[in-house]
Design a protein around this ligand. Structure first.
Ligand code: SF4
Length: 428
């Protein structure tokens, strides 16, 4: 059940020991691009279980003063934001003002929060009913039992050892689900990449002074190593998916030959489940070969549907935005399910020109699904890197989603790669 506040909640701030307080002289405020916004009460939900709090060093929280009818700083402590649990899309960032020399924030999403009558609220909506990454789905003891069982069965398999590390050291939900023998299994393959994303979660140059949140896989597994563990998963798991292209690797298309061999081998043994590729879609010829080999779905990551913002963020090496679109076109020609992994950045994602560009792509390429995923990046860093000025006010993320839903009723919306049940129901 969605719990909403009956009236606007108050601003939350923190002290240096991470104790949280309310400032009842100010209303909780969100941010869209560079604008401060008081969220409507129907844009707020009780903070979902499994979400985290961040205290934001070097940042003064901003709230709305109902007496002066102005936004103003709260000088009692640090700004606070929520990292909202997966399956929820954020509507506003937390509102703050950087002090001089505020350190760059690590690669997470910083969503607005507030406090009212003993409850935290945040500005987000549940976009995907799938429970696969809900925190109450995981029992780490069972994950570790699954790890021991599979390592005993495939002791030489380096890919399995890599995924086991992800499940037991990084607590990666996708890896943990694999060892719980269900749903989507993550199979990284490529140590290299041909993009240079500003907010890359698996490689950050020293000069940025922030860490990548995951380490890249250091080897390319063999097709046999992949097939050995993919086949039993597809055969036995409920609603199974095997997914290439993970947070702990570069771009899987740089290992497309290995992936193709693995797909051919897998499909000799089982027709069950979905074989998916999360990708930057930079190599149309590779996408074509993979589709011909039996790839069922691709998820293409986009920070923006506009070339100028794509180029500034991805800094593509030896490929272009046009190659990405061509890959999408080829995938659709092969009747492969295409999702856009569309990074939600309030203010830019819902800007009228972005909305127009997104509509054009959906319409032209008959995209099957939008995955509305929160953009994990320091918003000020991203905005200044793009040289973005929000001359045109955003139409609101919630409004954008609802307009896209109205215009493209066949489009599926969510957060995760769908299994066969959804693909068969929604594919045109
Ligand atoms: S495409 Fe992925 S791996 Fe490559 S730079 Fe971007 S985020 Fe990093």
């Amino acid at each position: 059940m969605v719990i909403r506040p009956g009236k606007p909640p108050y601003l939350v701030y923190s002290d240096e020991h991470d104790n949280l307080f309310e400032d009842s002289s100010l209303l909780a405020t969100g941010r869209s691009g560079n604008r401060y916004v008081v969220p409507a009460t129907d844009e707020l939900i009780e903070l979902p279980e499994g979400s985290d709090f961040f205290h934001l060093p070097g940042r003064v929280p901003i709230g709305y003063d109902t007496v002066t009818k102005n936004f103003r700083p709260c000088n009692k402590g640090f700004a606070v934001a929520a990292f909202v649990t997966p399956a929820y899309s954020q509507l506003y960032f937390a509102a703050w003002k950087n002090k001089k020399n505020a350190p760059l924030l690590p690669l997470f999403a910083y969503t607005a929060i507030g406090w009212l009558k003993n409850k935290f609220y945040t500005t987000a909506l549940r976009i995907d009913p799938d429970i696969r990454q809900d925190c109450n789905q995981f029992n780490q003891k069972l994950v570790e039992q699954g790890v021991s069982k599979l390592i005993k069965k495939f002791p030489e398999n380096r890919l399995l050892q890599h995924i086991a590390h992800c499940a037991t050291v990084y607590y990666c939900p996708a890896a943990r689900n694999y060892f719980l023998f269900r749903w989507e299994a993550p199979f990284p393959t490529s140590p290299r990449c041909n993009s240079q994303c500003l907010g890359c979660i698996s490689y950050q140059p020293k000069k940025h002074n922030i860490s990548a949140t995951q380490n890249r896989i250091a080897f390319i597994p063999t097709p046999e190593e992949i097939a050995e563990i993919a086949i039993p998963h597809l055969e036995n798991a409920p609603n199974p998916i095997v997914s290439f292209g993970q947070g702990c690797e570069g771009e899987p298309l740089l290992a497309w030959g290995v992936i193709m061999q693995a797909i051919i081998e897998i499909r000799k043994h089982t027709t069950k489940g979905i074989i998916n590729l999360n990708t930057n879609a930079s190599m149309p010829h590779a996408i074509e070969r993979l589709c011909k080999s039996g790839l069922d779905s691709i998820r293409v990551s986009l920070n923006s549907a506009r070339k100028k913002f794509y180029d500034l963020y991805y800094k593509p090496k030896k490929y272009s935005f046009n190659d990405v679109l061509q890959s999408i076109q080829i995938a659709r020609q092969f009747n492969c399910w295409v999702s856009l992994n569309y990074f939600v950045f309030p203010g830019l994602t819902d800007e009228p020109d972005e909305y127009k560009a997104l509509r054009n792509i959906i319409k032209k390429y008959k995209i099957n699904m939008l995955q509305w995923r929160n953009f994990n990046i320091d918003p000020d860093w991203y905005i200044s890197h793009l040289g973005y000025t929000d001359k045109k006010q955003g139409i609101g993320i919630r409004n954008l989603i609802s307009k896209i839903k109205d215009e493209f009723p066949y489009l599926y919306h969510g957060y995760f790669n769908p299994g066969r049940n959804i693909i068969m129901k929604y594919k045109k």
